[in-house]
Design a protein around this ligand. Sequence first.
Ligand SMILES: [Zn+2]
Length: 388
Amino acid sequence: MDIQNIERDIVGFLQELIRTPGIAGDLSAVADVVGRRMRSLGFDEVWQDEVGNVIGKRRGSLPGPRLVFDAHMDTVEVGERDAWVHDPFGGEYSQGKIWGRGAADDKGSLAAFTVALARLPREAIRGEVYAVGTVGEELIEGAALETVLDEIHPDGVIIGEPTDCRLGIGHKGRARLVFSIHGKAAHSSSPEVGDNAIDKAVEVIRRVRQIPSVEDPLLGKSVMEPIQLFSSPYPSASTVPYACEVVFDRRMVRGETRQTVLALHESVLQGMDGSTVHIPEVSVPCYTGKKISRQDFHPAWSVDPDSEWVRLALEGLKSAGIPPITYGTPFCTNCSGSAGERGLPTLVFGPGSVHLAHVTDEYAEVSELLHAVRGYMGLAQALGQLKV
Ligand SMILES: [Zn+2]
């Protein structure tokens, strides 16, 4: 491995990515950076699809599977700007780290596997490898990736997300549940005439908290946490609210479906006529003018640790000098689309810790990025032996 050139490639690419902000739907500039880099690194074909994902393809010298390596191009907001010591869009390189929004989540992974796949000699590639930068992941996991899967029909998917270079073989799913609670307005000097929707919302939260979690031997316990509360009218002057909406974030384990999750929570609305619970639709505008929409439900998944898919991946990591550690990843990613919805062989692997994601002074360690490049090269070579 030509470490010096790889280091130069990856540092330059990640700095450029960080200096090109990409939040929510506005990703055309980041997509241009990714496409340009893929071309200059020598991918055989590079294109953008209808929702704006960027795809780079390399053909191997021998027959084999089609492997997709994916990371998202969007980031969360900067948050409290004044709290940053390092410019969030500066891409500063100091103390062995590259600083800025997206360094850990998820631009570091994107830069690492793009460079890794570009630097693999053609003789080391079987089948086809694809480096993909997807849109819209921070808002709806898995949705934009599915347009890539429809086009490429891969045999396996490796999602780049910060796993400290461990091999994620499953993760919890995520869903948003909205309780719409019905009450009756009244003047707040005579609340007995109305039916205060805030009181009922508090009761809903109390009942939800009494529902036991679902246990999973790999992924741990399901989690159900209220994250937003709205009352109507708002603002209010001396009015007992006639409605309340309580939004919960659910972290699901394997086996939970839209139906089971809704059925589990409909019971808390007993005795509250006119109140409902549902999983909302989310829609994300893409810079291409298209929209990606889907229900805000992203299932849990896992792959069989004894499968050929996982065995080959661990061999690949070992041969690259990476400790072959598997684990259940604690956060939800695009894997919910490839593995959770479609059952495709999927893994998560990437540089850095998830504790560096979405924080002030986010960074990526250059040594860890180089470690990940070795890991991605090992994975691409070993998984190329997958029987298809
Ligand atoms: Zn991410």
